[in-house]
Design a protein around this ligand. Structure first.
Ligand SMILES: [Zn+2]
Length: 359
């Protein structure tokens, strides 16, 4: 039996940490894969993990230091059968980011995220988590006008197989969790308010998740957020009520949900409380990377207590609302600020644990 004193509330990061300025400058000068940059990447990863562990974070990441140029296209960056003029993501401050477009088949990843784990686990003394991009985000690479001799269905088959391969490689290497980044979930409702696009994303991602056992799905999570780039969002104006009921249809064991930056947290929590399946754990966002203000441990504690009114404590966890720089050249948040916020997340979660667990 679990006694109150044994209660621990797991706390995990999302993934990215701002890259060091010298690395960003060197990448801007030319080829992000130039072998002469290897020592800079290596230093960035080592320093990120050291500073991560210094915050007391029980789970760390490599800060996605090597995910050029972003969280979404790292696996396909540099493929010869892509063009840069793919799907456009508009942000609230007016700037846009673009995915790449597939120009011909077959579709293959160029790298799998477990290659990042190999390096991170060499430096880490605590468990390492790995984020991967969702099949639904990469599905946007297939053009509306279709590719001759390579049907959309062939593409989806290849995409699902590549995603499954990446997931299995990360699980096998011992990732504490493998988190599927699904920032396009909320964006899908903005693009298509009818909900059809969101439903198609949920169906596609479930085709992938269905390939894993229940046991494996306990180590698989899904991250949702309104986007974060240059302290700006892409879909914060979409009501969570349009997204969350569908989100919990995903066959994953863990959900990492941006909440700290929400205008009405209780509104979202009520929906989470209603639609979360009994075996799904919800990591609520308690720090907001888009907000320069560094939260206090007490603020974080109070957010955990608030969430515990809607989510049973044994199914609750905490996280940051998003990565701190999902796009590798985003310098709007400093490394110092990112680690300060992470430390506060850890401290505030422990404060809540003490109050709830009585230890
Ligand atoms: Zn995010």
């Amino acid at each position: 039996m679990i006694t109150p004193a044994q209660i621990t509330i797991p706390t995990e990061p999302i993934g990215s940490i701002p890259r060091p300025h010298d690395l960003i400058e060197q990448i801007a000068k030319g080829d992000s894969e130039d072998p002469s940059l290897d020592p800079l990447y290596e230093n960035a990863i080592r320093d990120t993990i050291e500073r991560f562990e210094a915050t007391g974070s029980p789970i760390v990441t490599d800060g996605e230091q090597r995910k050029y140029h972003n969280f979404a296209t790292y696996s396909v960056h540099g493929l010869p059968n892509t063009a840069p003029d793919g799907f456009k993501i508009p942000f609230s401050d007016g700037h846009t980011r673009r995915l790449s477009r597939l120009t011909r088949g077959p579709f293959r990843y160029r790298r799998y995220a477990d290659s990042y784990l190999d390096v991170a686990m060499r430096y880490a003394h605590v468990p390492v988590k790995q984020a991967v991009i969702s099949p639904s985000a990469l599905s946007l690479m297939y053009p509306a006008e279709k590719i001759p001799d390579y049907s959309r269905q062939q593409f989806i088959d290849d995409l699902l197989r590549e995603h499954e391969t990446e997931m299995r490689r990360c699980l096998k290497k011992g990732a504490h969790k493998v988190q599927i980044d699904f920032t396009e979930g909320r964006l899908a409702v903005k693009i298509d308010p009818s909900g059809h696009l969101l439903n198609s994303f949920i169906d596609l991602n479930n085709l992938a998740l269905s390939r894993f056992s229940l046991e494996e799905r306990r180590r698989i999570g899904v991250h949702t957020c309104p986007g974060n780039d240059f302290d700006s969002t892409h879909s914060a104006d979409v009501d969570y009520a349009e997204l969350l009921p569908s989100l919990f249809e995903l066959k994953a064991g863990n959900f990492y949900i941006a909440l700290a930056g929400e205008r009405d947290r209780r509104h979202a929590l009520r929906i989470i409380g209603k639609y979360r399946k009994p075996d799904q754990r919800v990591f609520v966002g308690v720090t907001a990377p888009v907000d320069p203000h560094i939260e206090t441990p007490e603020e974080v504690r109070d957010r955990v207590l608030e969430a515990s009114e809607y989510i049973p404590i044994e199914h609750l966890g905490t996280t940051d609302d998003c990565g701190f720089s999902p796009f590798s050249d985003d310098t709007s948040t400093s490394r110092d600020t990112a680690f300060a916020k992470i430390q506060v997340r850890v401290l505030g979660t422990r404060l809540a644990e003490k109050l709830i667990g009585g230890h």
